[in-house]
Write a protein that binds this ligand. Structure first.
Ligand SMILES: Cc1cc2nc3c(=O)[nH]c(=O)nc-3n(C[C@H](O)[C@H](O)[C@H](O)COP(=O)(O)OP(=O)(O)OC[C@H]3O[C@@H](n4cnc5c(N)ncnc54)[C@H](O)[C@@H]3O)c2cc1C
Length: 512
């Protein structure tokens, strides 16, 4: 479906209707909440400020290329267990997506010519590490094996709201060992576990970047629960790319939502959460309309929710405390490239991470992330061409206060630097360029509606694992948050978890 066709699908709604739930935003967190609630029979309305659904999991078309806006290393499309949340969210509303399995999660190109592939096959991955670090082989195995323990606990139970006592009690009696296992890991970070088994500083640096590429913080600040998921599920359910591009996930969730009786309206920017007596009761749109619901869900970031949609002066103390513990991560400088297929040598992997100096890992433009989804689904580019999405952390503050000419010049200058660095893994890249679009933190803020274009919250200092990450209820009665600024954080499968939990909590609160 084209962007304009989607924008036109919203039938007009009667603004006197009271919905069971209004969801602000159609990111994957918002859509999973909406579809889960609609599947339970709730009257649901999703309001999306942009033209299409998906947020950071959206797409855009240019000159025959279909680019993923952000995510393209997709967890959650496994076929077994309970952690395959994207598969399950789609199935709940009668939808599914054909996926293409990726044999290698990521290929690292690290300092000192350290080149490592994370194979889908666990033993092959450990074998590769053992070859590079023979002295640490047994410690490395013990470390990753402990991550499997976390994963096995998660994968034994239905992942729903940890705020719902009835569910917690039921799950505890069904899986007491798994629950106690998770309670043990909840306050811990990956660095604590890694140092139990590994002493070699270079291996510890490798564990740091293993965390950094999805948590954007090193191992000492990355919660063990999240690592248990990522480090194990890539070998269990695997990394699977949705045919037709990542945008398909949101499109299919929307079609499932509509089949289940839910509604979505595009170009519907919420400007205010309406409260009465301190309780959230509705939303006000940019066109001045007010809509009411029993429950309001914000899929915007917590900063946008509590500083833009609600008066910042009335921010609940719980939120202030959260902001003291968590800060916005940087956004990204993104290059969406169309390239001649001859740029990619035979056997090139889909995902790469490039870092030349360990000291630069967390610095702006230090680590470069690369995805080449057309290696898995060639239909996303014109014949004989590939897509390369290369992105690197970048702060909004570095892109403000520039005139339009200065902004354009800076975009081109920084893109040039990235392209030159990427020549190391793709020799001939500059010469093979067919198309380039450059996104900055400003682009991410403008099109994704995220505060400072941030990728999401990161701890300001070392915190006890996931203990301080909020669930879906907020200090404002009737208002819930969903998405990456709620437990368990960033990533499509993680926000899908947050969506399952949010819908479960709301359904319980509505007595459904
Ligand atoms: C460059 C990049 C690469 C990434 N790579 C990966 C990856 O490989 N794998 C992975 O799993 N994850 C990846 N991620 C992270 C992942 O995409 C996000 O964590 C996830 O998509 C966030 O989902 P969300 O539900 O929190 O909301 P978002 O995606 O932020 O969506 C929120 C939606 O709400 C809408 N909205 C906001 N405010 C309003 C308002 N006031 N009124 C109406 N609508 C509003 C927005 O327009 C948006 O559609 C990547 C992210 C980026 C940016």
């Amino acid at each position: 479906m084209t962007v304009s066709a989607i924008a036109e699908t919203g039938a007009s709604f009667d603004d006197r209707t009271t919905f069971d739930a209004i969801i602000i935003g159609s990111g994957i967190g918002g859509l999973v909440t909406a579809t889960q609630l609609a599947a339970k029979g709730a009257k649901v309305l999703v309001l999306e400020r942009y033209l299409i659904p998906g947020g950071s999991a959206g797409y855009f078309d240019r000159q025959g290329y279909r680019f993923d806006v952000g995510a393209s290393m997709i967890f959650g499309f496994g076929k077994q267990g309970t952690t395959n949340l994207l598969t399950r969210a789609l199935a709940a509303v009668g939808e599914s997506i054909e996926t293409v399995a990726d044999a290698v999660q990521v290929q690292y190109h690290l300092p000192n010519n350290l080149d490592i592939k994370v194979h889908r096959d666990y033993e092959q991955f450990l074998q590769e590490l053992a070859t590079k670090f023979p002295q640490s082989a047994s410690g490395i195995r013990k470390f990753y094996d402990e991550c499997w323990k976390v994963f096995n606990c998660l994968n034994a139970m239905d992942l729903l709201s940890l705020e719902e006592l009835g569910y917690l009690t039921r799950v505890f009696f069904q899986h007491p060992a798994s629950c106690l296992g998770l309670v043990k890991y909840l306050p811990s970070n990956v660095g604590d576990i890694a140092r139990k088994y590994i002493q070699d500083p270079e291996v510890l640096k490798f564990i740091d970047i293993e965390c950094y590429i999805w948590s954007v913080v090193p191992a000492d600040m990355t919660p063990t629960i999240n690592a248990g998921m990522v480090f194990s599920d890539r070998h269990y359910g695997g990394i699977n790319y949705p045919k037709g591009g990542v945008g398909q996930i949101a499109q299919k969730l929307v079609s499932g939502l509509e089949k289940a009786g839910g509604q979505i309206h595009y170009q519907s920017r919420v400007t205010k959460i309406v409260t009465e007596g301190g309780r959230a009761v509705g939303v006000e749109l940019a066109n001045g309309k007010t809509l009411r619901a029993k429950k309001i869900v914000s899929n915007a970031t917590r900063w946008d929710t509590f500083e833009q949609l609600l008066p910042p002066a009335e921010m609940p103390s719980k939120e202030r405390k959260w902001q003291e513990r968590y800060q916005k991560s940087p956004a990204f400088l993104s290059l969406h490239l169309g390239v001649d297929a001859r740029v990619l040598p035979e056997g090139t992997e889909c995902h790469h991470v490039l870092l030349e100096e360990w000291t630069q890992m967390e610095q702006p433009e230090g680590t470069i992330f690369v995805s080449i989804p057309t290696l898995l689904d060639p239909s996303l580019a014109p014949e004989g061409h590939h897509i390369i999405h290369a992105f690197t952390p970048s702060w909004m503050s570095d892109w403000q206060g520039l005139s339009p000419t200065e902004y354009q010049a800076k975009k081109e200058e920084r893109a040039g630097v990235l392209l030159d660095r990427l020549e190391r893994i793709f020799p001939g890249l500059n010469a093979g360029l067919d198309f380039m679009e450059i996104g900055t933190p400003r682009t991410h803020r403008r099109f994704l509606g995220r505060a400072d274009g941030s990728y999401g919250p990161i701890p300001r200092r070392k915190l006890p694992g996931l203990l301080n990450m909020p669930f879906n209820r907020t200090a404002v009665p009737g208002l819930y948050c969903v998405g990456d600024s709620t437990f368990p954080g960033q990533g499509l499968n993680a926000v899908a978890f947050s969506g399952f939990a949010c819908a479960h909590r709301i359904a319980a609160d509505l007595g459904m």
